[in-house]
Ligand binder design. Structure first.
Ligand code: UDP
Ligand code: MN
Length: 365
């Protein structure tokens, strides 16, 4: 071959050609080795970026549209939305989660210690004693002892008004951040929390992904007017969905950390003041509007804004939260046998023993 090329091109040009060839071969090998080593060390980042970004964005947009559309139709489609949402979300495989990874906060007030708080302590609190904390507005040695020191005096004002409620939520959120736990779940003191079901629910979501789980109480997104930053004289109409606090909601640690610069260290209260709306609405505003993280609707959360009697007994075990209250002149309570209405007006004792009949406090004697 070399002889043949010599004949055609002459000796010196062939030798130069061979040299160039060798150099090129060396350069190609070097490039190949570099690429292989880089991919092994740093992974296929470029490929990931190209594949992930557009799909995440289009999912968010899709989910938002879908959710708003569904909320406009009727409440019963909440579960359909849930299925749709989980099926389109590229969630990393969730890590295993234990009860000890959840930080459960319950908002209460001095006036309800002997009634609502006492009832919770005798029922579901017994199943989540380590992870549940009650946020109140006064010191109370008796209930401090009953809860093993889990009563937090927020020093917020007493009363069912916006500022006091936002103040408590702010302390609940900041205390969660300090706790280092993976999930923040808030409830009111007229909620029964089915702790096992709550844990089951959270197993489907990763705490390292932004999750806002709960249930709205209104059928369409809330529309409010806020100051328009661009033109000071104008108000801007915005809309967002919020999880009603009276049904309970959960926030993943990833999302709670993302909220920190705007809502951490008491700043939650300032945002509530700015929009002039209650704590749960403020939470929705921060998450859905400011951070653009959509609410994932969980239809197994229930507030007393829904009629409790429509919940079927054979599905009680599948629900995460329950409540009781009044709808017009009628009592809004679960339709459940067990104790009579005089000894168990909220139906929570009966529910507790329906869910956990083996408990010694539920024995028939
Ligand atoms: N609450 C409070 N301070 C009050 C009254 C109520 O912190 O002065 C709390 C109460 O403990 C509950 C929540 O606010 O966790 C909602 O109160 P309630 O159920 O009485 O009213 P709702 O808003 O559900 O109609
Ligand atoms: Mn209530």
């Amino acid at each position: 071959m070399r002889w043949f090329l010599n004949k055609i091109f002459g000796w010196s040009s062939v030798s130069r050609l061979m040299k160039v060839g060798k150099i090129m071969l060396f350069a190609i090998s070097l490039l190949y080795v570099t690429v292989v080593v880089y991919q092994n060390v740093f992974g296929y980042k470029m490929l990931d970026t190209i594949n992930n970004v557009p799909s995440i964005e289009s999912n968010n947009q899709q989910q938002r549209l879908l959710k708003h559309h569904m909320l406009n139709i009727t409440g019963d489609i909440y579960s359909a939305y849930h299925v749709e949402r989980t099926s389109v979300t590229a969630t990393p495989k969730p890590t295993t989660i234990n009860l000890s990874d959840i930080f459960i906060t319950v908002k209460t007030t001095k006036m309800y210690h002997d009634t609502r708080l006492a009832l919770l302590i005798k029922t579901w609190f017994q199943l989540a004693k380590e992870q549940t904390f009650f946020f109140t507005d006064a010191d109370d040695i008796f209930y401090q002892r009953k809860t093993n020191g889990h009563l937090v005096n927020t020093n917020c004002s007493m009363g069912h008004f916006r500022k006091a409620l936002c103040c408590k939520m702010s302390v609940e959120y900041d205390t969660f951040l300090e706790s280092g736990k993976k999930w923040f779940c808030h409830f009111d003191d007229d909620n029964y929390v089915n702790v096992h079901k709550l844990l089951d629910l959270l197993k489907d979501y990763s705490p390292t992904v932004d999750w806002y789980l709960g249930k709205p109480s209104i059928a369409s997104p809330l529309e409010i007017f806020i100051d328009n930053v661009e033109s000071k004289s104008m108000h801007k109409k915005i809309s967002f969905v919020f999880a009603t606090g009276g049904a309970g909601f959960c926030i993943s640690r990833a999302l709670a950390l993302k909220m920190m610069p705007i809502a951490g260290n008491g700043k939650f209260i300032n945002i509530g003041d700015k929009i002039g709306l209650p704590d749960d609405v403020t939470m929705g505003y921060i998450i859905e509007y400011l951070l653009n993280v959509p609410l994932t609707i969980i239809d197994t959360f229930h507030s007393h804004l829904e009629p409790m009697e429509f919940l079927r007994k054979d599905t009680f075990k599948d629900q995460v939260s329950f409540s009781y209250g009044q709808i017009k002149n009628d009592k809004n309570i679960l339709n459940i046998d067990g104790l009579d209405n005089i000894s168990d007006p909220t139906r929570f004792y009966s529910l507790h023993c329906h869910l956990f009949p083996h408990l010694s406090s539920c024995s028939k004697s």
